[in-house]
Design a protein around this ligand. Structure first.
Ligand SMILES: NC(=O)c1ccc[n+]([C@@H]2O[C@H](COP(=O)([O-])OP(=O)(O)OC[C@H]3O[C@@H](n4cnc5c(N)ncnc54)[C@H](O)[C@@H]3O)[C@@H](O)[C@H]2O)c1
Length: 306
């Protein structure tokens, strides 16, 4: 069984070693393609692959056509919008992600951004504290639940809205479940976004929703760029000088935001929510284990193209 790790942006060396170990222990063959600069290298590397582990690498119909023996692709991470699921299904290829493996890393970054905002972007002036402030968690999934856990330590008052996650499960964590996004934005000074980008959520964070937020509103986005209505975000920040936006997913209008709102807008230079050695290790090892399990027992628990 040939398992190809194909990563244009490589895993940390330690994670690669650990992935290799899992694959070696299973008696499978480990092949590595890192930092490729041309798609032809990927097409070549997957020719004989039975399984591929990827990060943000694009798996489209052309790659699937080239990989004649392919049975499974695992995206080491949560989002899998870089894989053409329909084409994979048409090729009889199982696609999986590794949910939850990088959630703590992303959640820590979300809290770090809240502190950064409360302390006026570390500019030396007197700031405020998170303790006692209301935090709204928009989507109570793997990342959202970790945000709640950490925010409790900061002494925040925590609210959440999730369209599908059961209210009782939210409240069991000591978090107040609200019935709508509108209610969440009305209630909370801090809102942290953890929704996926879907047909329903794209562009859904708009003026009507954001204007509901209380004074000194802070919106944190470690989710996806597409969920924000960027033109309307600019408008609310123009209309409300108290409104701050901090993001790990660079907007298309980054330059405009930086110029217009230098003290109220922050974006990481590059998406870094999951960029920790721990998250790298966790997601990479989980991907390798899921592949071994798939071939040895047929386990498809984390399949996303059913
Ligand atoms: N910044 C980063 O590096 C980074 C890393 C990992 C994940 N992410 C992003 O963070 C987000 C959350 O990831 P996760 O691992 O927690 O995902 P998850 O699948 O565990 O959780 C998503 C939650 O969103 C809820 N949801 C779906 N549609 C909704 C809607 N319309 N309204 C309200 N809730 C809705 C689901 O019920 C689920 O509980 C995703 O957008 C993911 O792509 C970013």
């Amino acid at each position: 069984m040939k398992i190809v790790v194909a990563t244009e942006k490589p895993f940390a060396a330690e994670a690669v070693q650990k992935i290799k170990q899992v694959i070696d222990n299973a008696g499978f063959e480990f092949l590595l393609l890192e930092k490729y600069t041309d798609k032809s290298q990927l097409l070549d590397a997957v020719k004989e692959a039975n399984a591929i582990i990827i990060r943000s690498d694009i798996i489209d119909a052309e790659v699937l056509d080239a990989a004649k023996n392919l049975k499974i692709v695992v995206r080491a991470g949560a989002g899998y919008d870089n894989v053409n699921l329909e084409a994979a299904t048409a090729h009889n290829v199982v696609v999986m992600n590794t949910p939850g493996q990088n959630s703590n890393a992303v959640a820590e970054l979300a809290l770090a951004m809240m502190v950064y905002s409360a302390r006026n972007f570390f500019d030396g002036s007197s700031g405020s504290e998170l303790s006692g402030k209301k935090l709204g968690i928009h989507a109570y999934g793997n990342v959202g639940r970790n945000v709640a856990r950490i925010a409790k330590g900061f002494g925040m008052e925590i609210y959440a809205y999730d369209a599908f996650y059961p209210v009782e499960a939210i409240e069991k964590d000591g978090v107040k479940a609200l019935a709508s996004a509108e209610e969440l934005y009305l209630t909370c000074q801090y809102v942290s976004l953890h929704i996926p980008a879907t047909a329903e959520t794209k562009n859904s964070i708009n003026y009507a929703l954001l204007e509901k937020m209380p004074k000194k509103a802070v919106l944190i986005n470690t989710a996806r760029q597409e969920v924000i209505n960027e033109a309307e975000l600019v408008k609310i920040m123009e209309d409300r000088p108290d409104f701050k936006y901090l993001t790990d997913v660079t907007p298309k209008n980054d330059a405009e935001m930086k110029e217009k709102f230098p003290k109220r807008y922050f974006s990481t230079p590059k998406k870094m929510g999951a960029q920790t050695s721990e998250a790298n290790n966790n997601a990479g090892i989980a991907a390798a284990n899921q592949i071994v399990d798939f071939f040895k027992t047929g386990n498809t628990k984390f399949q996303v193209n059913r």
